[in-house]
Design a protein around this ligand. Sequence first.
Ligand code: BES
Ligand code: ZN
Ligand code: ZN
Length: 468
Amino acid sequence: MRYKHIQNLDKTKDIIIPCKKGNLKHVAEFTTFKNFDFEGEFSTYQLVYGATGNRIYLLGLGQEKDAIKTEEAFRKLAFDTKKNWVKSIQVYAELLSDDAIKQAAIGLELSNYEIGQFKSEQKEQADFEVSFISKKDIENLLNEGKYTGETTNEIKALVDAPANYKTPEYLGEWANKSAKKHHYKCTVLHQDELKKQGFDAVIAVGKGSVNPPVVIVTEYIAKPNTKIDIGLVGKGITFDSGGLSIKPSTNLHYMKSDMGGAAVVLGVVELVAKLKLNVNLVGIVASAENAVDKNSYRPGDVINSYSGKTIEIIDTDAEGRLVLADGLSYLIKEFQPEKIIDLATLTGSVVRTLGFTAAGLFTNNIDMAKTMSDLGFKTNERVWQLPLFEDYESDLHSDIADLRNFSGKPIAGAINAAKFLEAFTESHESWMHLDIAGVSFGDSPYSKMKSASGFGVQLITNYIKSLN
Ligand code: BES
Ligand code: ZN
Ligand code: ZN
């Protein structure tokens, strides 16, 4: 969609009029019609026709508490009614806050997401011009909204893509293309290079697959020759069969989404580059396919890692923490970032703990936790902190190696995974781990089966903005 800022509305053209619940006074300016079956309830809408037969969509934004979901209301309206729009539409934005204007643009852009990428017949996407009417200076908000929506759509497409297309190499190519287009640096370390540099944990996880693992290193440097402000690490398991500790087949097809953390990292780096934020950002993706084969790594194996720490494999399905361990070690050694955030669809345990409502947050840094938690409420990408108490440390003990990749106990699984990661952070004081297994992929009103949510792209981008 193309977004324009205009000062004066055209009363003969189609228009969306946002309405807070019970506050419909401004609607009188657009139509003499009064008996609406509509009160401005969140994400409801009413279509009335204007004097020239133009469409007037009254869009309910609900109450104050619904403000964080403005994006969703616009997305739903556009998704449902776009087929009837003619080339252009106006949005009456005079009564919208800056945040709401941005959310509106994001929502409209998100309505363009087409999940049927692999259907033999592709729907034509009409290119609409959306004119926001406002006396304020809103160009930047519209741009930001458009970029955010576009990147989120790309990230969803990646997560929803099937694993026979979306190999580790494919993620590398995706990053290379994005880097060229948006002017940041990208290096893809392939199998030989990974072996040479000692990414033994990534190699071990990828050993059972014909699709070799990669580590993707992206660098967006706005301030050359100064420290890296923040480093991100994403879990990029393109398919998680569980390996020899094989998963049950029910819902196994959804394990194509086990690169949700990697997708967020790639999306955030791209979006930060598009927005030209004044920050030095490094994004690392550790990607492999966890497959079953005669070459697969086994339960009981002892493997090495980039850090030099040896790991006893208790369960090959606890593979995410292994690739992340190498990603974290590499990030810290090569870039010494001020802050580190890793994102991963890491455990079923976090889904049992927090459901599909919030991501699990782990950190020893109280300030980071507070900022991230506040930002989460603002964009409805909520996080909830879980502990990293020392008491959980003994569950990492291995008799034969430096540590083991799973406690073997059916308790505190998300914490056990986070404690494992912590062991590879060199006691970094500003490290945060987000377990997004429950929020990255799930039910949605826009598809019949589970699909990608885009969770994290706005949250992490806003976090990076907050650093300035
Ligand atoms: N990718 C899974 C976690 C997951 C579960 C993501 C459900 C999304 C939805 C992860 O690699 C995994 O298999 N974790 C195991 C770890 C266990 C074997 C220690 C789990 O959580 O069961
Ligand atoms: Zn697994
Ligand atoms: Zn996994």
